[in-house]
Design a protein around this ligand. Structure first.
Ligand SMILES: [Zn+2]
Ligand SMILES: [Zn+2]
Length: 276
């Protein structure tokens, strides 16, 4: 039987946005990134094809915009085969219940992320002291109570395959959250990184609003284990990604991506240093 779904008790609209909000970018012919206020979603599949998936589900109260974007790209009667999550933070599952109700599609996430998606466990409270930036300061007001997707969500296959995306594999990239995953396609080295690393300094409100490009570690105020997060970044660098879509900020490719990741690893101690 289908179980009822419910957002956490502190679920709410987030009064923060960016210049990219409501805009979509075709990063590759079958990789489309769309920004919901301050967080990206990704549609994988060629326009008007019948086999596509949605990666992540945006910030709260954006379902109408996400549905409109999907219909614009894939046709009015079309819907994704599944919603696949990098992790379960509020800005990646914020509109997911309305999307599941509209499309009746399965959701997949890493096994270790399941407690946070089935109402069993809340993420640790955001750490406002992690960074002097204003978004970090605002973070205690972000929704933090676990969403409950009941049996609409299931664990990703343990063999690394990604349902409905035969060319991709999931890579466990813990640190930001325990069950965080990224998605990688070997043939063109395309990476969907989630929040394993991002391309904007998400702690800073001015950077978020302007979407100033800068490869950064995961949003600090919500990151659970900085040492693990560094290992995950190194794991992704070893894949030699050619193009990356991240959970926050613009898509990046080629030398700019490589240099940015290199810089991040070499300055990681500064990034991860607790704010005094
Ligand atoms: Zn996150
Ligand atoms: Zn995020």
């Amino acid at each position: 039987m289908e179980q009822e779904m419910k957002y956490g008790n502190d679920y709410k609209f987030i009064p923060a946005t960016s210049v990219a909000s409501g805009k979509g970018v075709e990063v590759l012919p079958d990789l489309y990134m769309y920004t919901t206020q301050i967080a990206n979603i990704c549609l994988v599949g060629e326009p008007n094809c019948n086999e596509f998936v949605l990666v992540d589900a945006g910030v709260p109260k954006q379902a109408d915009k996400i549905i409109a974007e999907v219909e614009e790209r894939f046709g009015k009667e079309n819907k994704p085969k599944a919603i696949i999550l990098t992790h379960g933070h509020f800005d990646h599952v914020g509109s997911i219940i309305e999307l599941i109700e509209k499309w009746e599609v399965p959701v997949y996430a890493h096994e270790l992320e399941m407690p946070y998606l089935t109402g069993a466990m809340n993420y640790p409270h955001p750490d406002a002291s992690s960074d002097p930036g204003l978004v970090a300061k605002m973070s205690p007001m972000f929704p933090n109570d676990a969403i409950n997707l009941g049996n609409h969500v299931q664990a990703l296959p343990t063999d690394g395959s990604v349902p409905f995306l035969p060319e991709f594999r999931w890579i466990h990239t813990p640190g930001h959250t325990r069950g965080h995953v990224s998605f990688f396609r070997d043939k063109d080295r395309a990476l969907i990184a989630g929040d394993a690393f991002i391309t904007v300094k998400q702690e800073s409100l001015t950077s978020v609003i302007s979407q100033k490009e800068e490869i950064s570690g995961p949003p600090k105020y919500l990151t659970q284990d900085f040492a693990e997060a560094l290992k995950s970044i190194k794991k992704l660098i070893q894949l030699k990604p050619e193009v990356a879509i991240t959970g926050h900020g613009v898509a990046m490719s080629g030398q700019e991506l490589r240099d940015g990741l290199d810089h991040l690893v070499h300055h990681y101690a500064e990034y991860a240093k607790p704010n005094q």
